[in-house]
Design a protein around this ligand. Structure first.
Ligand code: ATP
Ligand code: MG
Length: 576
């Protein structure tokens, strides 16, 4: 490709709309443009990189026996009503009506569609297993679209769904998808980790998220400092502390705490540490009012609370609800005498020393209370794990990092096959629901994550496999015909070797050309300048600071060597 023909509208200024590096660079390097909030158009460089990523995903999926199909984005409401999910997505789902007023949505995900396809075609165990996937556009009206294509309202997902006649079969395909995902993210040069994720009320080890380590990630991931344990914070168990409570008789004491509503204020006022206070948080979990008591210095894990009730919805009780449950203004809730459908007590509070709690009376707290002696409830693990807590596997300290979720693999079991009557006849003639798994990769988000991890102050540093162009040839003085001729020869030779090459044939200053090559992140730059007449050009890797002078014929062997290291075989010039 000739740069003079390439539609590459780069920007010198950092666009105000972009907060994170990858978003800034995707706009500046002319990979994409914004259409509306969370809606983007891809331009040639962006689309080329996206296509290369899609092809890596295809190769790795096909290698593991998955077959590609392509479904429509339009899904009739009946299908989602059959599974009971039409109402579940809420405002996140884009609803559509056709000219006959029939209801559709723009698919946010495709479990029902794939299950529908398979139920109409598969009758017997002999037709199983199957693993089908697509690379297709999804629509989700996200509450907070942000960070460019990291969280957008239209995005490309690779979604796969597996169908098996046995649970062992599901384990096998799950492991295959696990390794396919590892290969995809390794080929993208990502620093990532597969971590245990919440699988809702199903429990078990059937949910793994692939997290790219990054400060801007929206997820918190827990890693053990010693063993290989890694989990999403939503999932990470905390271990009971096994503290023997100090049972020395200390009478409960009601204290006047005027206008003191927060843990920090209360700790100061009572001369206590936040860990000596217990806070009572009130939630609406599906239809139940639930009070959860955790240590003052801890954070509640809403997912654990929801899972305890096998609930789908959890939200904090509003002020009116708090008044009803406590008979007091918000800020004074406590487990003694609270009107709730359930009281949950975190291990640490149940096993700890005495605690100060809210009195369920405006402006009052109660000191020296103890679980069982003064209040009761269901004891369990309801808090978020914290830095330095014990690893649930080996007991060493954990550390918490941020991550970007680029993929998720999940053992669905028979949830959708039961709801949609997707059954098969087994060897004994008995009808059973098909056992399913689902496997997603956020394609655009992965691309943005790659840029987030691979860039410097000059621009993107594409890994070779994703680079929109692999090499760029830069003639320095366009007026120098000999130079241009040498550059054109090198460019043509690279192309005939199978290299995706670009030549910067614009009549621009060398500095401008170098800056653009750096900004768009092309892995190899060959600069044809003054020494070209002596058979010498400058060879530079985007990831390295320094350029070096090499003989023209060595350009080809250098590139062949670099490709070989990445497992890609090219013809060298001498073999042509
Ligand atoms: P998140 O927690 O980030 O909202 P999710 O759990 O809703 O993700 P899934 O339904 O599992 O995501 O979708 C599969 C993959 O699609 C995710 O792992 C992620 O990489 C990608 N993805 C999900 N939502 C978006 C979005 N709004 N924009 C870009 N990619 C997304
Ligand atoms: Mg989501």
């Amino acid at each position: 490709m000739r740069l003079s023909n390439l539609f590459m509208p780069t920007l010198r200024e950092v666009p105000a709309e972009a907060e994170i590096l990858s978003h800034k660079l995707m706009l500046r390097a002319g990979l994409m443009r914004k259409q509306a909030s969370g809606v983007y158009n891809y331009l040639p460089l962006g689309l080329k990189a996206l296509n290369k990523l899609e092809n890596i995903i295809r190769e790795e999926m096909n290698k593991e026996g998955a077959q590609e199909i392509l479904c429509s984005a339009l899904i009739p409401s009946e299908l989602l009503k059959e599974s009971g999910r039409w109402g579940v997505f809420g405002p996140e789902m884009f609803k559509q009506y056709d000219r006959h007023n029939r209801e559709f949505c723009l698919g946010p995900t495709h479990e029902e569609v794939f299950t529908d396809i398979v139920r109409s075609a598969v009758k017997s165990y002999k037709n199983l297993p199957l693993n089908l996937y697509q690379i297709q556009t999804k629509y989700r009206d996200e509450r907070r679209p942000r960070f460019g294509v990291m969280r957008s309202r239209e995005f490309v997902m690779k979604d796969a769904y597996s169908f098996d006649s046995s649970w062992e079969g599901l384990d096998t395909v799950f492991n295959k998808m696990h390794s396919a995902y590892c290969n995809v993210f390794s080929r993208c040069n990502l620093d990532y980790a597969p971590v245990e994720a919440d699988s809702g009320a199903m429990g078990g080890s059937g949910s793994v998220e692939f997290m790219v380590k990054s400060e801007i990630g929206e997820d918190e991931i827990v890693f053990c400092t010693k063993c290989s344990y890694g989990a999403n914070i939503e999932k990470a168990q905390t271990l009971p502390t096994n503290v023997i409570a100090d049972v020395s008789v200390r009478e409960v004491e009601k204290v006047y705490t005027p206008g003191i509503k927060t843990i920090e204020e209360l700790a100061k006022y009572l001369y206590k540490k936040p860990s000596e206070l217990a806070k009572t948080l009130l939630y609406k979990v599906d239809d139940k009012v639930v009070a959860v008591v955790i240590r003052g210095d801890r954070e509640l894990n809403e997912v654990k609370v929801a899972n305890h009730f096998v609930a789908t919805e959890i939200e904090m009780l509003d002020a009116e609800g708090v008044r009803e449950a406590t008979g007091a203004e918000p800020g004074f809730a406590g487990p003694m005498g609270i009107k709730a459908d359930a009281v949950l007590i975190d291990y640490e509070v149940a096993e700890g020393e005495v605690f100060s709690i809210g009195a369920n009376e405006t402006d009052y707290h109660i000191m020296n209370t103890m679980y069982k002696r003064d209040f009761d409830g269901i004891v369990g693990d309801f808090r978020k794990i914290a830095e330095g807590d014990k690893c649930p596997v080996c007991g060493e300290a954990v550390t918490i990092k941020r991550g970007i979720e680029v993929g998720h693999i999940f053992k669905l079991g028979t949830k959708y096959s039961e709801a949609l009557n997707a059954n098969f006849i087994d060897e004994n003639g008995k009808e059973n629901p098909i056992i399913m798994g689902c496997y997603g990769i956020g394609v655009n988000r992965t691309m943005a994550a790659v840029i987030e991890q691979h860039s410097d102050d000059k621009g993107i540093i594409w890994p070779l496999e994703l680079a929109p162009f692999e090499a760029i040839v830069v003639p320095v003085v366009m007026k120098d015909e000999a130079q241009v001729k040498i550059a054109e020869d090198i460019y043509n030779n690279l192309k005939s070797m199978g290299i995706d090459a670009l030549i910067d044939d614009r009549k621009e200053r060398a500095g401008v050309k170098f800056n653009d090559a750096d900004l768009i992140g092309i892995p190899f730059r060959i600069t044809v300048g003054k020494k070209a007449s002596e058979g010498i050009v400058e060879f530079k890797l985007r990831e390295e600071e320094e350029a070096r002078d090499i003989l023209i014929e060595d350009v080809y062997t250098e590139i062949v060597k670099a490709f070989k290291e990445k497992g890609k075989v090219l013809y060298s010039k001498t073999e042509l």
